[in-house]
Design a protein around this ligand. Structure first.
Ligand code: PLP
Length: 480
């Protein structure tokens, strides 16, 4: 990240003054958020710190403009500057990822997946159905014909990675619309190794015959062979959609290449822009030429008007990711994850899959006698921000869990390297070793309460502060 100039400091100071003149409590919360982020060891695998240029781009009058439609084809007048922004963001995305087509409007990762699902349904189900019945579009259908098409659209199958194996809610789980609109099944990981078993995925795909296979993950600490996933999809006539929300930065930074780069293998690749890619909070869909026309219908099919200020910030972040320094950053994310994993293993901790080769480390905290919930809370009390996560076949379910998911993108942005991540592992093991499960108010065993040995949280906080002081967040940014 480039150093902030005094110009940036005064810009933020003045912005906060303007905000305070209307609602001082928001100005204060904004100021406090920076203080808090600076003071914690952020190990949430899906978070990062966007550059000041990205952050500032979001705070402009582009927010005020409606621009439904696509570049050069809007349902509103006066969109010439939004066209510039959207075209540039899409161009950067295509160049960065080597994708034939990029759609930069999705407001979030969930929205990007929804655009992808509906574009697959439009391309594979609605289009052929209309053709068969000689209709030009859905507006020409009688009520009876529409009911029949709706039954087709609502009866398709999706195969995604199981939640407790590291998949995401949007990959076919009941609480998400993907699990309601599709008949869904999941593939898991090998019970012994915790690794993806491609033969098992193939067997399941052959039996289930899905329209869509979703690859990608939120909590799987390993790389995926997307060439193999495409082979499986082709064998069963499925569309391969890869959700690279978590590891887009590693793809952009050329850490994942060849079979590990999803873009040349998937029909559609979806992503968030705010995790390892280090951009603004938002989503994106990359597609082959074949799927481009249906993806382009994302707004108004499932999206509202594009967030032009965020598309502008996506363009800035993607321009940053095209600079050579981003490759060094991405490689450091992966190297640091290895250092963190080795730091745990040498101190006797247990990791799902025995290690990592991406940006995620999944710590199984059952060997400390704790649930994920207890571990997450004890670490938070000690200034270490993580999130609890299921491990495969988790006996504690998705709420209490038995794991802690850790990621290296954010602290790598702050400049942490091998020694600092080794120290982070030491601090975490120390906190968990000195934490015991608590009881309920009635004295029964609890999966939520915990007791940390005296002094451990304070000792950890000061050790963390020492590390953080050496690697300041937004150096030069002074809001005093
Ligand atoms: N896809 C994956 C793999 C994710 O991990 C996430 C978020 O954690 C999402 C999609 C959803 O992203 P968002 O929160 O931007 O909707």
């Amino acid at each position: 990240m480039s150093d902030l100039s005094s110009l940036t400091s005064s810009a933020y100071q003045q912005a906060l003054e303007v905000i305070a003149s209307v609602e001082p409590r928001i100005a204060e919360a904004t100021r406090q958020e920076l203080v808090d982020q600076r003071a914690s060891l952020k190990l949430i695998a899906s978070e990062n710190y966007a550059s000041p240029a990205v952050l500032m781009t979001m705070g402009t009058w582009f927010s005020d403009k409606y621009a439904e439609g696509t570049v050069g084809h809007r349902f509103y007048a006066g969109c010439q500057n939004v066209d510039t922004v959207e075209a540039l963001a899409a161009e950067h995305a295509r160049e960065l990822f080597g994708a034939p087509y990029a759609y930069v409007q999705p407001h979030s990762g969930i929205d990007a997946n929804l655009v992808a699902f509906w574009s697959i349904l439009a391309h594979r189900v609605e289009g052929p159905w209309l053709e068969k019945f000689g209709a030009k579009n859905v507006n020409d259908l009688s009520e009876a014909d529409w009911e029949s098409l709706r039954a087709e659209l609502g009866n398709q199958r999706l195969l995604g990675m199981a939640l407790d194996a590291g998949g995401h809610l949007t990959h076919g789980f009941r609480p998400n619309i993907s699990g309601k609109m599709f008949h869904q099944q999941q593939y898991g990981t090998d019970p012994e190794t915790g690794l993806l078993d491609y033969d098992a995925v193939r067997a399941k795909a052959k039996e289930f015959k899905p329209l869509v296979i979703v690859a990608g993950y939120s909590a799987y600490p390993r790389r995926v062979n997307f060439a193999k996933m495409r082979e499986i999809a082709d064998e069963v006539g499925a569309t391969l959609m890869v959700d690279m929300a978590h590891f887009a930065g590693l793809v952009a930074g050329k850490v994942f290449t060849g079979d590990e780069d999803p873009v040349p293998h998937a029909h559609l690749t979806t992503t968030t822009t705010h995790k390892s890619l280090r951009g603004p909070r938002g989503g994106m869909v990359l597609a082959t030429e074949e799927y481009a026309p249906s993806v382009d219908r994302g707004c108004p099919m499932v999206l509202g008007g594009p967030l032009s200020h965020v598309m502008a910030a996506k363009a800035v972040a993607l321009a940053e990711a095209r600079q050579p320094g981003f490759r060094t950053y991405a490689q450091s994310i992966a190297d640091n994850a290895k250092s963190l994993a080795e730091g745990f293993l040498k101190r006797g901790a247990k990791l799902v899959t025995g290690g990592t080769d991406n940006h995620i480390v999944l710590l199984d905290v059952s060997s400390f006698g704790l649930t994920g919930r207890q571990a997450e809370s004890a670490l938070l009390d000690s200034g270490v921000v993580t999130n609890r996560n299921s491990v495969p076949a988790d006996p504690n379910g998705a709420w209490y869990t038995s794991g802690i998911r850790l990621g290296t993108p954010a602290l790598t942005t702050r400049g942490f390297g091998h020694d600092e991540f080794d120290k982070v592992a030491e601090l975490i093991v120390d906190v968990l070793t000195n934490t015991e499960p608590g009881t309920t108010s009635a004295g029964a065993p609890s999966r939520a309460t915990y007791v940390i040995a005296d002094g451990v949280a304070d000792k950890t906080k000061s050790a963390a502060a020492e590390l953080l002081d050496k690697h300041p967040l937004y150096p030069g940014l002074d809001l005093a």
